[in-house]
Design a protein around this ligand. Sequence first.
Ligand code: GLU
Length: 430
Amino acid sequence: MSKSAAALKQQQDLALFENAEHENPLTSLNYHFDLAANLLKLEEELQQLLKQPYRELHVQIPVKMDNGKLQIFHGYRIQHNAVRGPYKGGIRFHQDVDRDEVLALATLMSWKTAIVDIPFGGAKGGITVDPTKLSRRELQALTRGFMSKIDLIVGPQRDIPAPDVNTDEKTMAWMMDEYGKKHGYTPAIVTGKPLALGGSLGRKEATGRGVVFTIVEACRVYGIDLKKSTAVVQGFGNVGSFSAKFLHESGCKVIAVSDVHGGLYDQKGIDIPSLIEHIRLYGSIKGFKGDIITNDEIYKIKSDIVVPAALGGVITASVAKKLECKLIAEGANNPTSKDADLILHKKGIPVIPDILCNAGGVTVSYFEWAQNLQQYKWDVIQVNDELKKVMTKAFGDVYELSKNHSVSLRTAAYMLAIDRVAQATRLRLI
Ligand code: GLU
């Protein structure tokens, strides 16, 4: 073999290895589903029904770009299950969005809403696009185009979208406005709206706040002193920044944070409120006190608590092998691969699974939807108190099950969710 052919082969082998690390997002979900379904002795026909989505919509969204050319985007809305209430779940704008990812995320939503016991099912949507490459006008046209295409399957009693990765209250305002053109004023069509359009107080912070409620509970049952602990947070978007902020407020030292552009490390603890203000003023962490690290280096830093709060698939088997923390809290959806999960379980590191850990967002979405339907506004104390109640109860339910069956928190969470959805299904269909 010539030298360049050998180099090429080596590169291909490396790519194969990296691909093996990057598993299909449905792999871990199916694995955890089967495990829990077997422990529950779930009927075969219910297993089949719950593993598959009710409906999948794949739409084309043509957008006239600023340069005058037409560009065709692809969008998805996948409705997994609605036996316990209308479909519910966010809309993601990302260049890697595809059908399998949206299906995995839709399925996770069904389990999530069941664990916190709110009257919703699960759905997810997404558009394959890098939104940072679009102008504000193009983004608005794309969002409106998407809403007009999924309009036929959504509705305040049918399917209620919300923000997710790279979407926010501005996206929701456009979606609500577009829906309203055909159906009249309907604030309950989406959640995560701006306050002035019927959004709920406390919604923006809700996922991060919920993450920290579950961390507090986990520290209590596993005997970890949060005030003497250190944490690293990967991802500094909505979920990561608020998780870091509330961890900081709880007396935990956040020693590293990162986002797509890079990260920051300070063993003495980062002043999170000042960092948030710095990012608001200068748009990035550059110039803030601490060592600059790359996004990948975050998992090499030794800390007590690890919070993945960005995209899925980041905790691979090789990352899991190296992790030496006391607790992992999944702010992101589907961050841990199947093999990594097994490794962490064997190492005795408890993982608060996504479907429990980050359910605070959809819980306050439920409060927002309820306020919209009642045309009544809650104050922020009521929102946060109710959220705390819901998250604490959900953690307790999952933890009890995990102890009683000697299984991980994740398996217990799947058992709780699948059992609740299965019960509702039997009552409706059998
Ligand atoms: N996108 C969030 C999630 O994954 C929120 C969904 C919602 O509020 O409907 O849970």
